[in-house]
Every structure is written in C-alpha cells, then in structure tokens.
Design a protein around this ligand. Structure first.
Ligand SMILES: [Zn+2]
Length: 208
C-alpha cells in the first residue's frame, strides 16, 4: 500500500481513528510512516501543552518552527527514499568502570553507544522516583548525519520494526543535545531520526 497520507495521519493523531490491519502491517515495515506519526504526535503534544499554558507568540513561533524542522525538512523530504537504520552497541557503562564508583549509587551514570558513523552519549540521572536522560548525538561526519533529531523512546521494544507509538518524543537542539524527562524505570528502545542521514536505534536501553 501507499504511505499514510496527511489526511490519514491527522485522523490517527488528532481524532484517534485507529489503523486498520493493512495500515498496521505497512507501518510496521515503514520507518518513514512511523517517523511521520511520531512527528505529528510531538506536534499534538506540543500544542496541547501550549493550550494549557497560554503560549506567547514566541512560543507559537518556536512550535511552528519545530514542526517545520522535524516534520517537513527532515521527514517530508525523505518520502520515497530508503531509510537505513544504524543500530548502536553499548561500549561504555560508567557503572562498570572505576570512574563510576566515585559517584554514589543512585546518582546517575553515563552510557556511550557507538557505531562506525555516530556515537550517542547518555547521562541518566534520578529525578524523584523517575529519571531524566540527557543525550548528545555525535556524528563523525556532520555532512552524513545532521541535527535536529526527532528523539523517541518506546517501551519494552527491542526493534523499531515493531510498530509502537513512542511513549516519549522530543526534538533535539540544533547541536544534537536533547533531554527526556519524567521517565519511569524500564527497558526501552531509543530511536533517533536525523534531519539528514540514516535512522539510529539503541535497543535494550535499561533505565534502572
Ligand atoms: Zn509508509
């Protein structure tokens, strides 16, 4: 089938019209449609926050720019292109190194994930009974992989090939940094969709 079009995406995200089996199968195979669903979900959530907090004109400008960057530039231009996915491996966990012992238990730790094209560094710190994650995406060649990134966290999912709406979604800053806050303990898939370049996945991310 074709990609989900804008009308269908709006019905799904803004009117909660569920996907039918054929659409579910397509979305399971299609990174682009998953990314567009995530971008619209982000927009919906941003606008929901905006309504609750009486946005200033500056905030509205920011939201519309965010949507332009994430949904239009990074995703819209990629329609019809094949999306490669880089899966990153954990190379450093500060809890397993002498360095980490300087920090008392429960005060956070650093994780470094790596591939030949990109490193992703995560600092996981407690925030009440939950956690926040400060992330930094470090591509080796900024011409190949470029910010901003759409950052999605999916619960208990080992692979992006299984469709699940993201539990948490934010857009990174232009320098590739991002923060996910209010995250409960659990096992997650972290998915990063760059403005340009292949999708990036970190499966099996354990939040203590
Ligand atoms: Zn599609």
């Amino acid at each position: 089938m074709d990609h989900l079009d804008d009308v269908r995406l709006d019905a799904l995200i803004f009117d909660a019209v569920p996907l039918d089996p054929e659409e579910i199968n397509h979305t399971a195979e299609c990174s682009l449609c998953r990314a567009r669903i995530a971008a619209r979900t982000l927009l919906r959530d941003e606008l929901g926050i905006a309504r609750r907090s009486q946005p200033t004109p500056q905030q509205l400008t920011r939201y519309s720019r965010l949507f332009d960057e994430v949904a239009v530039q990074s995703l819209g231009q990629r329609i019809g292109t094949f999306l490669e996915t880089l899966r990153l491996a954990l190379v450093i966990d500060s809890r397993q190194r002498a360095l980490g012992l300087r920090r008392a238990a429960g005060f956070g730790h650093r994780l470094l994930y790596s591939s030949e094209e990109v490193d992703v560094e995560l600092l996981v710190e407690p925030e009440g009974s939950e956690w926040h994650i400060d992330g930094d995406v470090l591509p080796f060649d900024p011409d190949t992989i470029a910010a901003p990134y759409l950052v999605e966290l999916q619960i208990g999912n080992e692979s992006g090939s299984n469709f699940d709406p993201p539990a948490y979604a934010v857009a990174s800053e232009a320098n590739g940094r991002f923060r996910l806050a209010g995250i409960p303990s659990g096992r997650y898939l972290l998915a990063l969709t760059p403005a340009r370049g292949p999708a990036i996945e970190i499966p099996g991310l354990e939040i203590p």
